[in-house]
Each structure stands twice: as structure tokens, then as C-alpha cells.
Ligand binder design. Structure first.
Ligand code: C5P
Length: 288
């Protein structure tokens, strides 16, 4: 039996646009968005434990320490319960993606743990079962499990893969983060954007729509406005990703990073054609 998997990638995402088109009875929002994977990544090591314990260790966390019960640990426990294994794992998380950024870092870590642990435990759940476990952990987890850049609808569970032309972005994460529930629950949030069609997006994927969460994010966090200005001052067209507080702008390739205030993070990123672990769930499904 395999003892460990080292250096599993957990990439971040950007939302090229994000429209809120309605709200479900349970309070969750109906959205339309395009999710693209980028090369700002966490990496995860998984080591088999025969005692059934799930433990976690963080290496090089940039921001505040993660809670003991972070999404990796919750994902591992949920998979353990679903597949009824007596095995456990030690999860070593090399954290590089900023938290409270709208870049999906926690969801991506959870997805990578699910994909890696089912291989380590030889549990062979169907992708649909993993997606069900993932969706209960966070609306973005199914996207990372599928591993393809996608046009996304519903509350995040309806995905259509899209092939996007390669692109580069300047990404800035201000020091102050933003809480997803605070943004989605804000009274000023516009929740009735007209539904768009995928062909409109596909015609100009990097210049389509807007992010309905951005005005509320700017109200709650003035550093978002400051970060948007910093990119506009370089002649770029920036936008918020997800519920922020990170912002991004497409670049032509030869831009250089300007200084940002202390405590902020920034990086030049490239799109990924697919998740490095794409196909991991399917492989197991075919053996089942
Ligand atoms: O699922 P996730 O943890 O990403 O969502 C955090 C919060 O954001 C939810 O509890 C909900 O308040 C809000 N949300 C929403 N509609 C979505 C996704 C998230 O209202 N489609």
C-alpha cells in the first residue's frame, strides 16, 4: 500500500466575471461566473496513518494561522466517513494562496485532499460522490475537483468546461481580507443581473461582464478601492475576484510589478490549461 503522496498541487482560481442572477429559498445566491485556474498554488503532502487520526501541519502560512478544523481536515473526515475506512492521514499544507482573497485557496486545498486521500486510502469514490462531499464543504470545491476552467452556474455546482486562450494577470491581495458571508448577505448587493449566455462570454472571455460583488467589497474594505486604483494607474482594467479582497487585471506580458503597501501580496500569474490533478477522480471511477 502507498505510504505517502508528496507535493500535490492546489491551484488558486480567479473569477473572470461574477453575476448574481437570483437567490434561492435557502439564502444561497444563484450566480453565473467563469472560473479560471492560475499558477498561484498551495502544495499538500499526505502521509498515511494507520491509527485513523487526521492531523494537520501548516508550513509557511503567510497570514493568520488556520483554524484546527480547516477545510482540509473537514474534507478528510467527510471522505473517511463516506468510504468507511479505518485509515487516517497526516496533512502537511504548504500555504501560499492568501486567505479571504476570493481565490478559492481553502476550497482548492479541500479538493486536493479529497483527490489525494481517496488514492492513498484506495477508496475509489465516484467523481459525483466526491462533488457531493465537496459541495457540502464549500460552493467552489466541485470546480476544483473537476479541474477544468469552466463557465459556472447555479450556486457553483453546474459547470461547463471552457478552453480559454492562455493569459497573464497581475494579482494584488490587500492586507485586509473580506468575509464571503458578509458580502453575500449585504443589503446593498445587486441580486438581479440579467442572465447571460455562454456564447457571449466565449467571444471575449477576458473582457466580459462584471463582478456584482465588487461595489459591496469596496464599501466594506477601502483597500479594495486602493488596489483597483493601483492597477488602473498602470493603464490596466482591474476587477475583484470572487468575494475579494484580491483584485486582478489581464496584462500583456511585459509589465513589471509596482510596489504595494507593507503586508499586501502581489504576483504575476498565468492561466493553467487544467488542474494538475485533472482526471484523478475519473481514473478511480473507471476501476470501481
Ligand atoms: O460555500 P462557501 O463557503 O464558499 O460560501 C460561504 C458563504 O457565502 C455562504 O454561507 C453563503 O452565505 C454565501 N454564498 C451564497 N451563495 C453562493 C455561495 C456562497 O450566498 N452561491
Amino acid at each position: 500500500m502507498m505510504q505517502a503522496l508528496h507535493g500535490l498541487a492546489a491551484p488558486a482560481k480567479l473569477n473572470l466575471f461574477l453575476h448574481i442572477t437570483g437567490r434561492r429559498a435557502d439564502g444561497y445566491h444563484l450566480l453565473q461566473s467563469a472560473f479560471v485556474l492560475i499558477d498561484w498554488m498551495d502544495t499538500i503532502d499526505l502521509e498515511l496513518r494507520s491509527d485513523g487520526v487526521i492531523s494537520r501541519e501548516d508550513v509557511g502560512a503567510a497570514g493568520d494561522p488556520l483554524p484546527a478544523d480547516d477545510l482540509c481536515v473537514r474534507a478528510a473526515r467527510a471522505l473517511q466517513a463516506a468510504c468507511g475506512t479505518r485509515l487516517g492521514a497526516h496533512i502537511r499544507l504548504h500555504k501560499r494562496i492568501p486567505s479571504q482573497a476570493g481565490m478559492g485557496g481553502g476550497s482548492s486545498d479541500a479538493a486536493t485532499c479529497l483527490l489525494g486521500l481517496q488514492r492513498l486510502w484506495q477508496s475509489r469514490e465516484q467523481l459525483s460522490k466526491l462533488e457531493q462531499i465537496g459541495l457540502a464543504l464549500g460552493a467552489d470545491v466541485p470546480f476544483f475537483l473537476r479541474g477544468r476552467n469552466a463557465w459556472v452556474e447555479g450556486v457553483g455546482e453546474q459547470m461547463t468546461p471552457v478552453d480559454l486562450p492562455p493569459a497573464r494577470f497581475a494579482v494584488i491581495k490587500p492586507a485586509q481580507g473580506l468575509s464571503t458571508p458578509a458580502i453575500f448577505g449585504h443589503p446593498a448587493l445587486k441580486r438581479d443581473t440579467q442572465r447571460a449566455i455562454i456564447s457571449g462570454f466565449a467571444a471575449s472571455p477576458y473582457d466580459f461582464g462584471h463582478n456584482d460583488l465588487q461595489p459591496v467589497a469596496e464599501m466594506l474594505n477601502p483597500q479594495v478601492t486602493q488596489a483597483l486604483h493601483a492597477l488602473r494607474n498602470q493603464g490596466l482594467s482591474p476587477r475583484l475576484t470572487g468575494s475579494g479582497s484580491a483584485v486582478f487585471a489581464k496584462i500583456s506580458g511585459d509589465e513589471i510589478l509596482q510596489a504595494v503597501p507593507a503586508g499586501w501580496q502581489q504576483k504575476l500569474c498565468s492561466t493553467l490549461p487544467a488542474h494538475p490533478l485533472v482526471g484523478w477522480a475519473d481514473d478511480y471511477a473507471t476501476y470501481a
